[in-house]
Design a protein around this ligand. Structure first.
Ligand code: OGA
Ligand code: MN
Length: 318
């Protein structure tokens, strides 16, 4: 496992230069050990950036998949405006988080352990229970018919220890997968729902209304990236079954794939600094939060999620 704070390879790799445009794009990306997470320093993200800069970020996202931008001073409005440069922003309220209103902005995800009054949530607060699902490997909004493209997570308040976020490269995992598993996985479709991921940590306290909002959606297990053509495993804790398979066999097979895909060579751990803005591509990566003492320390991050363009079922098959 690698740690962004102990990056040992200072080999800066510039994002490919824009073609046919005189605007210079100063986006220098330093890859971390696992190769798919890049650190960008001395770059200020701004919703008003020229298209060539936005395009350079997208190209860097295509080649890396996770980018860490240090020292970004953004409030919720600026974070939302920035995300909007990459596509339509998803609504923040997900199937099991409908009634928590700490943040004024309806499209900012509250990734914190704080309640509406700004205090640390009680141990048995059901929002806390449900958000603990973020500690399982997942891809954001894989339970939506059109799952997420980019997530952009901004750090405001951090605990003194713990609370890192890990990322896993699902393209590298696919490339390395043994051929027999590739052949089995290639055509499969899975049902995704927040009920499945929360059920895995024993949280099953859902109202009828929530169950309805969490109706499972089908997704391909192997995706082809719209921009790069690369294949990746579309794994997520939200998976509850494979179409045409018995549920226990579905979950065992998915668990085998998750174990394979989260081996140390595919994983990179990010240790947050306040004002980090991390962008990840949900189409090609999984991520999970790591534990911290959430009854003692506040941890407050804010996320905008850029929606995808189409159902994975409409993608070019693997
Ligand atoms: C998220 C998420 C993990 C973390 O914001 O989508 O899963 O470390 N976060 O907070
Ligand atoms: Mn997430």
């Amino acid at each position: 496992m690698t740690n962004t704070n102990v990056s040992s390879k200072p080999m800066a790799r510039p994002a490919p230069a824009p073609r046919g445009d005189n605007d210079s794009v100063d986006l220098r990306v330093t890859p971390l050990n696992a190769g798919f997470v890049g650190i960008v320093e001395n770059f200020t993200l701004d919703a008003g950036m020229p298209d060539v800069q936005r395009d350079a970020i997208e190209r860097a996202m295509d080649s890396f998949a996770v980018l860490v931008f240090r020292d970004q001073h953004l409030d919720d409005d600026k974070l939302f405006a920035l995300g909007s440069r990459f596509g339509p922003i998803e609504d923040a309220a997900s199937g099991t988080h409908q009634d928590r209103r700490r943040l004024a902005h309806a499209q900012i995800n509250d990734i914190s352990n704080l309640n509406a009054a700004g205090a640390i949530m009680a141990a048995d607060d059901r929002h806390r229970m449900s958000s603990l699902g973020n500690l399982l490997w997942h891809s954001d909004s894989s339970f939506k018919a059109v799952p997420a493209r980019y997530s952009m997570l901004h750090a405001r308040v951090l605990p003194p220890v713990g609370g890192d976020t890990e990322f896993a490269d699902m393209r590298a995992a696919w490339d390395a997968l043994p051929n027999d598993l590739k052949d089995t996985a290639r055509e499969l479709r899975c049902d995704h729902s927040m009920l499945f991921s929360r059920g895995k940590i024993g949280f099953t306290d859902f109202s009828d209304d929530e169950r309805l909002r969490c109706t499972p959606v089908p997704q391909r297990l192997v995706r082809r990236h719209r921009r790069t053509g690369r294949l990746s495993l579309f794994l997520s804790s939200h998976i509850g079954r494979i179409h045409g398979w018995q549920t226990p066999e579905s979950l065992l097979f998915i668990q085998d794939l998750v174990e394979f895909a989260t081996q140390p060579q595919f994983v990179c751990r990010h240790s947050w600094r306040v004002h980090d803005l991390v962008i990840w591509d949900n189409e090609t990566t999984m991520h999970r939060g790591r534990a911290f003492d959430s009854q003692k320390y506040p941890r407050d991050l804010r996320r905008v999620t850029v929606g995808g363009l189409a159902s994975t079922l409409d993608e070019v098959p693997a």
